[in-house]
Structures are given as structure tokens and as C-alpha cells.
Design a protein around this ligand. Sequence first.
Ligand SMILES: NC(=O)c1ccc[n+]([C@@H]2O[C@H](COP(=O)([O-])OP(=O)(O)OC[C@H]3O[C@@H](n4cnc5c(N)ncnc54)[C@H](OP(=O)(O)O)[C@@H]3O)[C@@H](O)[C@H]2O)c1
Length: 285
Amino acid sequence: MSGDLEGPDVLDRPGTAVVTGASSGIGFEYAERLAALGWHLVLVARRENRLARQAARLRAEHGVRVEELPADLSEAAALARVAERAGRDDVDLVLNSAAINGYGPFAEADPGLLAKVVALNVTALTVLSRAALPGMLRRGRGAVVNVASLLAFSGDLAPSPGGPPQRAVYGGTKGFVVTFTRILAAELADTPVHVQLLCPGLTATEFHLTRGEEPVPGDTPRVHDAGGMPVGDVVRASLAALRSGERICVPGLDEPAAVARLADAERDIRRAAGAALAPRYRGGA
Ligand SMILES: NC(=O)c1ccc[n+]([C@@H]2O[C@H](COP(=O)([O-])OP(=O)(O)OC[C@H]3O[C@@H](n4cnc5c(N)ncnc54)[C@H](OP(=O)(O)O)[C@@H]3O)[C@@H](O)[C@H]2O)c1
């Protein structure tokens, strides 16, 4: 898929944005930047105290309307409430940023936590995209930004101490976000609605302070020790990509040709695989 198609500049006419993961990190910063551009906001995350503080500040500083919608998006009833809000007619932008990592050895991980990783990172993102898009298509404007991760492209990287974490399920969910969002963007390419896949690398947020069962304590966003790109730069890249119409935004990537090569590699596999059993498998049982 091309990464440089010209898209409608949804940012030019501020409407209402639903931002998940708004209590910290990329979602928090995105809400801040949208409010500064005049967008009204619906802030979604579990920590009510954080949402309330941020909402009050954004109303005071930018004069925009801000709704607090506290919800655990891994729970069906709460997700349905947020989906109902995302489907209303004023919503022109959805940022699906909320995610947890559930890092750890797969065979030892709490199955309940792994189910939560999938429910939040995959199901909630899909349900909210589905809720918001019909109205956007009807009105002829809007954008959905889905946050994946460079770890979606790390299938050949073995976990190691000090290196990449044990992340089979997290990486798998982000692989879903990549493929789902790319195919959805292709499906909607001829519409005025813009779908962006945002693929940050390591980013300086709270993300590595918890596996995600429980929120990180405290009233203000913190930063893990792992380092990474400042959130302001990640959001800046995503907003620039919304303006330019770029559908796959990798904030640290200066050479967009690498994205095109990913599509080339996929095409190569599809083309090279014939309909008949490959000779190298024919000798077996
Ligand atoms: N930081 C990195 O290195 C990095 C790298 C690549 C991609 N990403 C991706 O970037 C996105 C944002 O992560 P971040 O770095 O900003 O992490 P973060 O600072 O930990 O923020 C995660 C957000 O998700 C919310 N959240 C977690 N569980 C939730 C639940 N069950 N229901 C609703 N909201 C929930 C958190 O709020 P509550 O706890 O209040 O619910 C928080 O607002 C994620 O999709 C992540 O996978 C991060």
C-alpha cells in the first residue's frame, strides 16, 4: 500500500475527537495537541482522577468542551458505552491509543491477563473503529488513528535480557493492528475518511511501568526508565501524516521506502506461493 496518498485535511475543521488512553503517554499528549487546535474531546481511560484533572486543564487553557468517559475498555459493557459515544454524529476523529503489554514468558503468563491484552489491544480498537466509521462515511469526513508498534515487525527477534521483552501476545496484537488498519485504509482509500496506522518505536511514557493489570498510581503521567522518543514527537509525526495524507506513520523512519518494501515482501510471498503443494514438501508422510 502506498504511504503517501494525498488525504483530506481533517484537522482543518475541528470537531470532536474520542481519545482512548487519554490519561497517559501518547493519548494524553494527543488530547493536548488536539485541544490546542480547537478540538472538543472525549477522554477515555480507567483512571478517573487523571481524566478529571486533564479535562479541567484543557477546558481552562483552550476553551474546548471536554467529556470524561472513564472506562475499562477490556470489559464488554464499558466498551459498549464508549462505542455508543464514538458512533455519535459529532465525532470526526478517533484515536485508539489505549493498550497494555502483558509482557512475560508466555507459558507462565496469567491467562486472564493475556485475554485482557487481546480484549483491549484488538477487540476494543476494532469495535471503536467500527462504531465511528459509518457516521464519518455518511458525513464525508473523519479520521481513525490506530496505534500499533514497531514490535509488530519483530517476529524474528528473540527476547533477551536487556533486549526485546517476552511479548508474544503483545506483538501479536500489534500485528493485528498493522494488518487490520492497512487493509481498512485500503478499503476506504476512495472515501474522504482517513485511516492512519501509527507505528511508534520505544516511546517515553508509562508503558513499561506495568504489565497492565492495574493502572500506574499517581495523579500525573510518569515516564518509564526505558527511555525512548518524547511523546510530543510521536504526536507531531502523526498529525503531520494526517495533514499530508500518509497512511502509515513511523515517527522515527526517515526513509518511507522501507514501508513500500514491506508491501513488496508480502507481494513476493503471495506471488511465489503457487496453488500446488511446493516440491520441497512432497517427500514427507
Ligand atoms: N511506550 C512505548 O514504548 C510504545 C512503543 C510502541 C507503541 N506503543 C503504543 O502506544 C500506545 C500508547 O501507549 P503509551 O506508551 O502512551 O503507554 P501508557 O503511558 O502506558 O498509556 C496507556 C494508556 O492506556 C490506558 N489503558 C490501559 N488499560 C486500559 C483499559 N483496560 N481500558 C482503558 N484504557 C486503558 C491507560 O490509562 P488507564 O491506566 O488510566 O486506564 C493509559 O492512558 C499503545 O497502543 C502502545 O502499545 C507504545
